[in-house]
Design a protein around this ligand. Structure first.
Ligand code: SF4
Length: 373
């Protein structure tokens, strides 16, 4: 079966974290119903692509778990009824720990959700408040416990952020230890270096900008602690127990096909064996609703990727994963400098895979990749 991911963007949060540049709003609660109806309408239009059933569905945001579960599950049901959801499909919902209750997770489980992703970011109180997050470490412990009780023991992710102002190396170590000692422990951890996005409140405070050397030290610490706990890296910012890798994100990193539902959501479909098209929806929820309510398209812009662009992009994406790139695509000195190592694969193929040091310098290494053709 051809893999197909459906991403549903839920652009609502209780408040905005000051480093966040995502398409999300904290003053649009009145739009929840209308927005999810518009999503259902957009899903009906997606049948024109002749794709499906979905092998993964991902509700991201924003804070999807803020919504009443019937709204979110209504959209999932609509996807199943129109495009289809394949047996065994991965269905993920992003949750903020403070929004989680036993009832909510029970409803998700009964409604077909198979995986949760918690926006934890840190387990150290002063770091959480510096990031502007609303939860405390106890909330995370409780959310993990509820996830386990609702049947997600082997299927939940924790998102972490490192490098915020005031976070010491000991704080970061405490966050990693805190997450790894959750009961049940997460099967998947995403750890992202804090970045300063233009236009965010954080961008206006250079004294709070992350320090690159500090972040490098913390990345190596994450690699050491997560791999010792049995979570293996499979993309620069992602570690998982064997078999718990996120199927939906793997589609993004392998140029797979996905359709985006909701404002600011991106889509990508193959148009021929060597070309594909990527496009994205209008950014605001109001515009998204208005267009669908008046029978119009929600695409804001798009681009066609020809054979050369696809080959280049495939190499860039793969370099960032544990698949690596064909050994001949990296000049020998990259391995000599300890940035990548060559592994032999069954069938005699040789792949060059980034080392932890190479992952820290992935952007620089990517400039040295030789793309055939
Ligand atoms: S909860 Fe997540 S999506 Fe919402 S403002 Fe904070 S970082 Fe952004």
């Amino acid at each position: 079966m051809q893999a197909l991911g459906i991403y549903v963007h839920v652009p609502f949060c209780r408040r905005r974290c000051d480093y966040c540049a995502f398409a999300t709003w904290s003053d649009r609660h009145h739009l929840w119903d209308r927005y999810m109806s518009a999503c259902r309408r957009q899903i009906e239009g997606l049948t024109r692509w002749g794709r499906g059933p979905a092998t993964s569905v991902f509700f991201g945001g924003g804070t999807p778990s803020l919504l009443p579960p019937e709204l979110l599950l209504g959209v999932l049901g609509h996807i199943a009824a129109t495009l289809g959801v394949a047996p065994g499909a991965e269905v993920t919902v992003e949750c903020n720990p403070e929004t989680v209750t036993a009832e909510l997770l029970g409803r998700y489980r009964a409604g077909g959700v198979t995986r949760l992703s918690f926006g934890v970011q840190s387990t150290v109180p002063h770091v959480l408040s510096s990031l502007g997050r609303e939860h405390d470490p106890g909330t995370v412990v409780r959310a993990a416990q509820l996830a386990g009780e609702a049947g997600f023991a082997d299927a939940y992710n924790v998102d972490l952020i490192f490098g915020s102002a005031g976070e010491s190396v000991a704080d970061w170590e405490a966050s990693l230890t805190g997450v790894l000692s959750l009961d049940p422990p997460p099967a998947h951890v995403s750890a992202y270096a804090l970045t300063v996005e233009p236009g965010t409140p954080l961008a206006a405070h250079p004294n709070r900008y992350p320090d690159e050397d500090d972040q490098a030290r913390k990345y190596v610490m994450a690699e050491d602690m997560l791999s010792s706990a049995g979570l293996k890296w499979y993309e620069i910012s992602n570690w998982a127990r064997a078999g718990a890798e996120c199927a939906h994100n793997l589609l993004y990193w392998s140029q797979g096909e996905y359709l985006g539902v909701g404002c600011a959501a991106h889509s990508h479909l193959s148009m021929s064996p060597s070309t594909s098209r990527r496009w994205w929806n209008v950014r605001t929820p109001e515009r998204f609703c208005r267009l669908l309510e008046t029978g119009r398209q929600v695409e804001a812009a798009g681009e066609t990727l020809g054979p050369a662009e696809r080959a280049w992009e495939a190499m860039m994406l793969s370099l960032r994963t544990r698949q690596g790139v064909p050994a001949e695509a990296l000049p020998g000195e990259v391995c000599e400098q300890g940035l990548a190592e060559v592994r032999a694969e069954p069938g005699g193929r040789r792949r060059a895979v980034l080392t932890p040091r190479g992952r820290l310098l992935a952007n620089e290494v990517s400039l040295r990749v030789l793309v055939p053709g």
